[in-house]
Design a protein around this ligand. Structure first.
Ligand code: ADP
Ligand code: MG
Ligand code: MG
Length: 893
């Protein structure tokens, strides 16, 4: 028979799956000898059984009865005994702490009879009736599902009638009357009486906890946080201790160190003569924990000692809940506490220096997401700033701009060079152009998975959402902040997507210290946080197996990538070099009627390309630079079909010959699905001379640098290959050019020729393709689009937010690699490519290369490197280090 109930003496902190976080840690504290009231935990197994079968598993009742008996024996009292009742709390506790689960019910075991016994035993009638009214209130609200306001209104009514401000000023008589009122509320709204049998109370509460696993809010939270839906929750039954027995009693919460900075010290709040929920509810004002030293020195000293014990035991910052009952301290909860990104780095290093953890563990205690948070530019709020709202920090960054209230205005204003913040109640796909044009997005509705939040995160755009303190009047082109502040179109605001704060006016923006450190302009030893980042990055770099390259198209970006720790460029997009003034040359190439005209256009482009490559190769001297030949459809370099048609039509007979030709070319090149049309290797093979020109520019640039004593390491990458034949023809042509350049210059640089793997067919025939390709680089953006059959630009703004809400994916597959689908193709191509060509060098150059979860995946699959935007390079380095440390740990285990 499986075991469904564990006494606190039987569990430990590693049993979170079975006992939930709260139960596992209560057991741990019990076992290291801390004063925890006795109790037991009903497992998540029992919850899962209940949720699938609609009833509790056989044997659970008896097990609970047996553990209750033990508890009663330990306490010398019986649950709900009329003369001297034992009371318990029933507390939910899943593996991950989760809002939306059932709230704790305290004081279970009280009834019309036992309340008298409690009064007598405690010698405090007021306390007993206070405990009873709390039970009916909490039980009514959480177990019976009655709207809490009914109880709160009755309580307020009682205070008003009495003319007092605080519940502590109500007398036993007042509370007795309140109990009657509360019981009537129960009868009226739950259509049943408040249960008088203590075991009934307990069983109903336990079932209610099980059921709360599937409460709407809990389901939503799990989806957002990607917590599996089938974990279930445990239930803890704990003997009550009372913080509301008078001024020598109380309750509080504390952190073992400052969760904002990591500094060691006394951080917490205490409330005299109160039960636990009063602290959080903010019913009365708490006092700082330091004051406890004055109020109850013995308990304070003991608490400090316990906090040290917990830190040494958990080797981490812990947060705790405690209660003092007539001078006796009880621990009611602990867990490894949440902290800010900066504190995470500082604490990890502080713990290393205290000898509690080693550097590998320190690297594991922080994350790339936290590092990213430390790298966003931040507002300098040291001067005079006016805060007008605080809402949900949906997508980090610091954005300043003039307020506009619709997408068209955002686009129009941005086109004339204004920086704008798009303010909406909520956004929808029609707002996309405005979101792209804006510096940041502010909405008054919606949470972390709202359209605005999902799209902004995907674009890396600053976003604050759900600012419900703001009344947004899009028609009137203004919004109103608390206190009557009116902000109209054109007024400047600043939004902080990292903290969710909105400021009136322009707040100055500064580069974060951590970025200054990566840039090399701030020494690591001048700042505790930067020093911590430095030490952790150093260890991550030693540990990691994956190389980290950057995607960069010009010298300055390459130089920054190098400063940020990139040891190569994984993707140079050559088409970025054909924009601006050079666009005309591309136009000439496309319009060329004869071979001579075409060659003339190519000849004009070649020296420009060579210059680009020289700059890049020089900046990355000694490191590989993977240059992708031109990839996008040619019409991207031509004017828009509609615009041009209108122009030519309006001009009539006066239309220029050039415009007519252009229109003809645009019509000719027009494609229904350009993403699936003439682009990538197809273009390279079908527009004669393009490949030759680009390869010659690369080889000549390299030869030039080699002659100058430098160490250029270009690699030529063919885009969008689907079949080995494409690769073979491209290779042959490229080799011919390379030989020609070598003959001309007398320099014989080794220039490998490889391909991008970004079409499913290429992944599935990678074994073939590897015969001709000397390296692979996964273009996971296109590979994701083609594997899922949707285009990022079309779908991300259109339906990703409902898809996430429906739980179809937890996160956009463009943010984190879809390991099961797209990832499977990566795995197949890697294995089969290397089977053909052992040691085949393989990387990834999609944006996934800078995404933490994806980096772990690529490490596991055995790629050689990831490549990402220069700013993501440190994040990829850190995560590659963490992945290596964890996988090394699991090998030896
Ligand atoms: P949450 O998960 O919301 O923190 P808890 O189960 O920790 O819920 O309980 C809510 C409050 O009740 C906390 O302040 C807790 O310390 C207090 N509490 C829980 N069980 C007991 C108990 N047996 N005796 C006294 N206070 C308790
Ligand atoms: Mg708690
Ligand atoms: Mg591509």
């Amino acid at each position: 028979m499986p075991k469904f109930v564990y006494d606190f003496t039987e569990g430990n902190k590693d049993l979170k799956d079975l006992l939930g976080g709260k139960g596992a840690n209560l057991a741990e504290m019990t076992n290291i000898g801390l004063p925890v009231p006795p109790g037991f935990t009903i497992t998540t197994d029992a919850c899962r059984y209940y949720l699938t079968h609609g009833r509790t598993p056989e044997g659970l009742d008896n097990e609970v009865a047996a553990h209750l008996e033990d508890l009663e024996q330990a306490m010398g009292r019986k649950l709900g005994d009329p003369g001297d009742p034992l009371l318990v709390s029933v507390r939910s506790g899943a593996k991950f702490s989760m809002p939306g689960m059932m709230e704790t019910v305290l004081n279970i075991g009280l009834s019309d009879e036992s309340v008298l016994g409690l009064a007598k035993q405690s010698g405090n009638e007021r306390f007993a009736w206070d405990a009873y009214r709390r039970l009916i209130q909490m039980f009514g609200k959480t177990v019976l599902g009655i709207d809490g306001e009914h109880f709160e209104d009755a309580l307020d009514g009682a205070k008003q009638a009495k003319g007092v401000a605080s519940d502590t000023q109500l007398t036993a008589e007042d509370l007795k009357a309140l109990v009657s009122a509360f019981k009537e509320i129960v009868a009226e709204h739950a259509k049943r009486d408040f249960p008088q049998d203590p075991r009934d109370q307990m069983d109903l509460a336990i079932k209610a906890v099980f059921e709360s696993w599937n409460a709407d809010r809990a389901i939503l939270y799990r989806r957002q946080e990607r917590i599996p839906a089938d974990l279930g929750t445990a239930v803890n039954v704990v003997a009550m201790v009372f913080g509301n027995l008078g001024d020598d009693s109380g309750t509080g919460v504390a952190f073992t160190r400052d969760p904002g900075t990591g500094a060691q010290g006394v951080y917490g709040d205490y409330l005299q003569n109160a039960q636990g929920e009063d602290v959080v509810a903010g019913i009365r004002n708490t006092v700082p924990l330091q004051d406890l030293e004055r109020l109850d020195k013995a308990s304070y000293d003991q608490l400090m000692q316990i906090m040290r014990t917990l830190e040494n035991h958990y080797k981490d910052l812990c947060d705790i809940e405690f209660t003092i009952e007539r001078g006796k301290l009880w621990m009611l909860q602990t867990r490894v506490g949440k902290r800010t990104a900066a504190a995470a780095f500082r604490i990890a290093i502080q713990l290393v220096d205290q000898g509690l953890i080693d550097m590998d563990e320190a690297v594991n205690r922080v994350s790339g997401d936290e590092l990213a948070r430390l790298m966003f530019p931040r507002f300098d709020v040291s001067g005079d700033v006016t805060r007008i709202a605080k809402a949900i920090s949906a997508s980090p960054g610091a954005a300043v701009g003039k307020v506009v209230f619709d997408s068209a205005a955002a686009v129009a204003w941005a086109d004339r060079g204004e920086r704008v913040i798009l303010v909406r109640r909520e956004t929808n796909p029609d707002d996309l152009p405005g979101m792209i044009a804006a510096q940041g997005v502010l909405t008054s509705r919606g949470g972390k998975t709202s359209h605005a939040a999902v799209v902004a995160r995907g674009m890396g755009k600053t976003c604050v959402c759900g600012a419900d303190e703001l009344t947004v009047d899009t028609r009137g082109k203004k919004f109103t902040a608390p206190g009557g502040v009116v902000v109209s179109e054109g007024d400047v605001i600043s939004i902080d997507g990292t903290s969710g704060v909105v400021y009136l006016g322009e707040v100055p923006v500064v580069a974060s210290n951590v970025v200054q450190y990566f840039e090399g302009t701030l020494a690591p030893d001048n700042d505790e946080l930067v020093a911590a980042v430095h030490r952790i990055m150093t260890r991550a770099d030693e540990a990691r197996r994956l190389g980290v390259h950057a995607n960069a198209d010009n010298g300055p970006d390459c130089a920054r990538a190098r400063r940020f720790g990139a040891t190569g460029v994984g993707l140079v997009r050559t088409e970025h070099m054909f924009l601006g003034e050079r666009r005309q040359l591309v136009e000439r190439l496309i319009l060329a009627g004869t071979d001579e005209q075409r060659q003339a256009a190519l000849d004009a482009l070649e020296p420009l390309q060579r210059g680009d490559f020289e700059e890049i190769l020089e900046a990355m001297d000694g490191y590989p630079v993977t240059i992708r030949l031109i990839d996008p459809p040619l019409h991207e370099f031509l004017p828009d079909l509609t615009d041009l048609s209108v122009k030519v039509a309006l001009a009539g007979d006066d239309a220029t010959e050039h415009d007519r030709q252009l229109l003809e070319a645009v019509r000719r090149l027009h494609e229904q699905n350009p993403m699936l049309g003439l682009r990538g290797v197809r273009l390279v093979l079908l527009i004669p001379g393009l490949l030759d020109m680009q390869v010659r520019a690369i080889a000549a640039a390299a030869a030039e640098l080699t002659k100058a004593g430098r160490d250029p390491r270009p690699e030529i990458m063919i885009p969008l290959t689907a079949t080995v034949q494409e690769m073979e023809i491209s290779r042959e042509r490229a080799e011919k050019v390379l030989q020609a350049v070598a003959a001309e210059t007398g320099v014989h640089d080794e220039i490998p020729i490889g391909t991008m793997i970004e079409v499913p067919r290429a992944a599935l025939t990678a074994g073939e393709i590897a015969r001709s390709a000397e390296f692979f680089s996964f273009g996971t953006n296109d590979l994701t689009q083609m594997t899922w059959g949707f285009s990022r630009d079309d779908v991300e703004g259109a339906f990703f937010s409902p898809y996430i809400d429906m739980g179809i994916f937890g996160v956009s597959p463009f943010e984190t690699i879809d390991a099961d689908g797209v990832g499977r193709l990566v795995r197949i191509a890697t294995e089969e490519g290397r089977a053909t060509r052992p040691g085949l060098h393989i990387g990834v150059c999609g944006e996934h290369g800078g995404d933490p979860a994806s980096v772990w995946f690529f490490n596991e699959v055995g790629l050689d490197y990831v490549s990402c935007s220069p700013f993501r390079v440190p994040i990829a380095r850190l995560e590659a280090g963490r992945a290596a440390i964890v996988s090394a740990g699991s090998d030896t285990r």
